[in-house]
Design a protein. Structure first.
Length: 309
């Protein structure tokens, strides 16, 4: 199931002209949700930085360096170990191990959602961060990958607590080359800084994003070394295709051999796969619940009309 696109991206940001060089399509008037608390005026943003690859992964460390260099006050609160593919999972164990290996770094022995929950409750107790950034992830989180992504799950956990959030991912849909993908994290984070600056300049004394709304940002790998710049920025939606398809082979002894392969279908026009495949940065709005849009709600209303228990 795809998350609702709460508002068209052009309505949320109106940022495509300067970032991509093209004007967004006109959006129909919409009623925005109640605003989240605004960041402190004048000072740097207080950012909780998380991920699903682990607190010491290259993507989160590069993000910490780049966002700090941009003047923001960044604190890492991320999983102790690799939690890729955990989605929005939250642990229910009676205890959790948390390490504080260095200043501004907390490592939580749990999922990205656990890390964000701990960060908001303890590390940022009394005053929520202005923004949660999750990533940058090693590999893309487009289409069905986003639904099961721990990177996206960390951002969703923030949205559930009323904190604006951005999920960042780096990679194309081919098998990633480690060195090339890590190189591409540089351009990814350069763009993230520009995007955050744009959000802040547009917010002024208001919220960075409407309450409950986050952004899923996917940066392609460009060039043979990964250091190339994307050809532009697209306001997108999550392509409805699954991308990953499992295959099961019966071993005959009660066990099954499992393999997973990438199966790409024609990209949806205007979707995130189309943008990333064309070397463009895909920026998709997302929300923190499983509601759908007004059209789908109308279909459901018609379906149940007249039914009795």
């Amino acid at each position: 199931m795809r998350r609702k696109r709460v508002l068209p991206l052009a309505t949320l940001l109106l940022c495509a002209p300067a970032l991509a060089g093209t004007a967004p399509a006109a959006a129909a008037p919409q009623t925005a949700p109640a605003p989240a608390p605004a960041p402190a005026s004048g000072g740097p943003l207080r950012i909780l930085l998380t991920n699903d690859d682990g607190y010491d992964a290259p993507g989160i460390r590069k993000a910490f360096e780049r966002l700090t260099a941009a003047g923001h006050d960044v604190t890492i609160v991320a999983p102790l170990t690799n939690q890729s593919g955990t989605g929005t999972k939250m642990s229910n164990a009676p205890t959790v191990t948390v390490k504080h290996p260095e200043p501004k770094v907390w490592a939580v022995d749990g999922t990205p959602g656990d890390s964000v929950a701990f960060g908001l409750a303890e590390v940022f107790a009394g005053k929520a961060p202005d923004l949660v950034v999750s990533g940058t992830n090693f590999g893309p989180n487009v289409a069905g990958l986003a639904t099961h992504s721990g990177t996206v799950g960390g951002a969703v956990a923030a949205l559930e607590h009323g904190v604006p959030a951005i999920a960042l991912s780096t990679g194309g849909l081919s098998v990633p080359d480690p060195v090339t993908t890590v190189n591409a994290m540089g351009p990814t984070l350069d763009f993230a800084v520009k995007l955050i600056d744009r959000l802040r300049s547009r917010a002024r004394s208001g919220p960075l994003l409407p309450e409950g709304v986050g952004l899923n940002v996917n940066h392609p790998v460009v060039g043979t070394d990964g250091k190339g710049r994307a050809s532009g920025v697209s306001a997108t939606f999550q392509d409805p295709q699954t991308v990953l398809e499992p295959d099961f082979t019966d071993a005959g002894d009660g066990t099954w051999k499992t393999t997973v392969k990438v199966v790409l279908r024609p990209a949806a026009r205007g979707g995130d796969i189309e943008a990333v495949s064309a070397g463009r940065i895909a920026v998709s709005p997302m929300n923190g619940d499983w509601n759908t849009g007004p059209v789908d709600q109308a279909v459901t209303s018609a379906l149940v009309a007249g039914l009795r228990p």
